[in-house]
Design a protein around this ligand. Structure first.
Ligand code: C2O
Ligand code: CU
Ligand code: CU
Length: 488
């Protein structure tokens, strides 16, 4: 089909000419853009072809992609209240085998919570396991009691209510264990689930919704000879699960979908791409990007999220398109999900050219430098091991500052701050790619390099964690605390 005919196909009332692609002259820009994965790449044929030899063979069979159960609340004193129990359970991850996991409500991943901005949620966690656990909702702004940090453990046989005001931007996020020195093992064994925070403004953008809005929770695991989840070792697995499925396929209509990609691995970064064509990223960790970004591939380090629009229209009924974890360091590409286009669908959603205001923070009034290292047999921040009794940074509510994370020679570290959202200013002195210029809560700090973020201290006063999100590093001992105090 020629470009001209496609313009007409995508035409919307009021747009004289609908220019595909994001490179067009600003004067002629339409307010909405199509997401056809092939529309903007003259040489779209197999941009990744040299790397995809294994895909066809591995994706020949497959199992249906699991969709995490959506948890229904009960309304207690006017607040949506969710009951979550953490304990051991037997679940089927590899087809035909069961694994003894540590799970929320007996599921891996745990149940999904759908929340609305401005509508508070209470989550009552019951610990049915025999060790302390903690539930942390990643990326949320709460008081310190509800933040789910390791200094507030939930002992075996007890319950705790976490309160989430949801007074923040809509985002795709997840909750996971954060117990003192055991979070890596607990999350490896399954303590993780999704939390999708929406708002009416985002709903009004007309992005794909309903069953065309698909969360994909990705985590690497390892399995023993019987197909059961292997005990936590290094935290790096050789098998990638998506929503707790290995070798998944999913039947789709020939139209556009929103894929909510969450890296729930203990430490593994993912490079993600389609077997052919491009995806359009619309949001990152803390919600919508300023504008959609067309990408052949994107990188998600541990705990990062990206929502992308993928359009299956021109894949065509009867064909498939794989979402891949792209190989690196000599490893082959691995299919994450094979999307089988089985039926025609409605017209693809057009993505608004402007999604959300770009971060606009005041001039910083200070800079904090945090040195990442390996000292005395432990991963450290500023040469120190974690001490729950020590406050490492004291900051004033309402102030804006930069944090510069300086790395050593022992590998990348994805640094995460609780309780605030930040803007990434640079990495190794260079501006970051456009898809990292929205609101973030985790930033990759490269080996022997640095990353600078700009933070406004808003939300709630109290002490909160900052740490590397490679959970094995976080546990031993790459974590520290900053305290937000009211201005004098
Ligand atoms: Cu997902 Cu302390 O973090
Ligand atoms: Cu967090
Ligand atoms: Cu680390």
């Amino acid at each position: 089909m020629t470009n001209r005919r496609r313009f007409l196909q995508y035409g919307v009332a009021g747009a004289a000419v609908l220019v595909p692609g994001l490179r067009a002259d600003a004067a002629t820009l339409p307010s909405r853009v199509p997401t056809d994965p092939f529309c903007d790449l003259p040489n779209w044929e197999d941009p990744l072809s040299s790397k995809v030899q294994l895909v066809a063979a591995q994706a020949a069979e497959g199992v249906p992609l699991k969709l995490p159960t959506v948890l229904q609340p009960t309304v207690v004193d006017g607040v949506d209240t969710y009951q979550v129990a953490a304990g051991e359970a037997d679940v089927e991850i590899l087809t035909g085998s069961t694994s003894r996991v540590l799970a929320y409500n007996g599921m891996f991943p745990g149940p999904t919570i759908h929340a609305q901005v401005g509508r508070p949620v209470a989550l009552e966690l019951t610990n049915e396991f025999n060790e302390d656990i903690v539930l942390h909702l990643h990326g949320t702004q709460t008081d310190e009691e509800s933040d789910g940090s390791p200094v507030f453990p939930v002992p075996p046989g007890t319950s705790k209510v976490y309160r989430y005001p949801n007074e923040q931007r809509a985002m795709t996020t997840w909750y996971h264990d954060h117990a003192m020195m055991t979070s890596a093992r607990h999350v490896w064994r399954g303590l993780a689930g999704l939390y999708l925070l929406r708002d009416p403004a985002e709903d009004a953008l007309g992005l794909p919704a309903g069953d065309r809005d698909l969360p994909l929770f990705m985590a690497d695991k390892a399995f023993d000879a019987n197909g059961a989840l292997a005990p936590h070792g290094s935290g790096i697995g050789d098998t990638i699960t998506v929503n707790g499925t290995v070798g998944a396929y999913h039947e789709v209509q020939a139209t556009s979908y929103r894929l909510r990609l969450i890296n729930g691995s203990n430490g593994r970064p993912f490079r993600i791409g389609l077997r052919r064509g491009v995806m359009t990223q619309v949001s990152s960790d803390q919600g919508l990007l300023p504008r959609p970004v067309v990408l052949k591939e994107l990188t998600l380090v541990a705990s990062e999220r990206a929502d992308v629009i993928v359009d299956f229209t021109r894949v065509g009924v009867g064909n498939s398109l794989e979402l891949l974890a792209l190989g690196s360091f000599g490893a082959p590409n691995v299919p994450l999900v094979r999307f089988d286009v089985t039926v025609a669908g409605p017209a693809s959603s057009l993505v608004p050219r402007a999604l959300a205001p770009a971060p606009d923070l005041p001039e910083p009034t200070g800079e904090r430098v945090v040195q990442l290292g390996f000292t005395g047999g432990a991963w450290t921040l500023d040469g120190k091991r974690f001490d729950p009794a020590r406050i490492d940074q004291t900051v004033q509510m309402g102030a804006t500052e930069t944090w510069r994370f300086v790395n050593g020679p022992n590998g990348d570290h994805p640094m995460h701050l609780h309780a605030v959202a930040f803007q990434v200013l640079s990495r190794n002195g260079q501006p970051v790619p456009e898809n990292e210029r929205g609101w973030k809560d985790t930033v990759n700090v490269p080996n022997n390099g640095d990353a600078v973020v700009k933070v406004r201290y808003d939300g709630f006063p109290g002490a909160f964690m900052y740490h590397c999100h490679i959970l094995e590093h976080e546990d031993h001992d790459m974590m520290a605390q900053f305290e937000m105090v009211a201005a004098p």
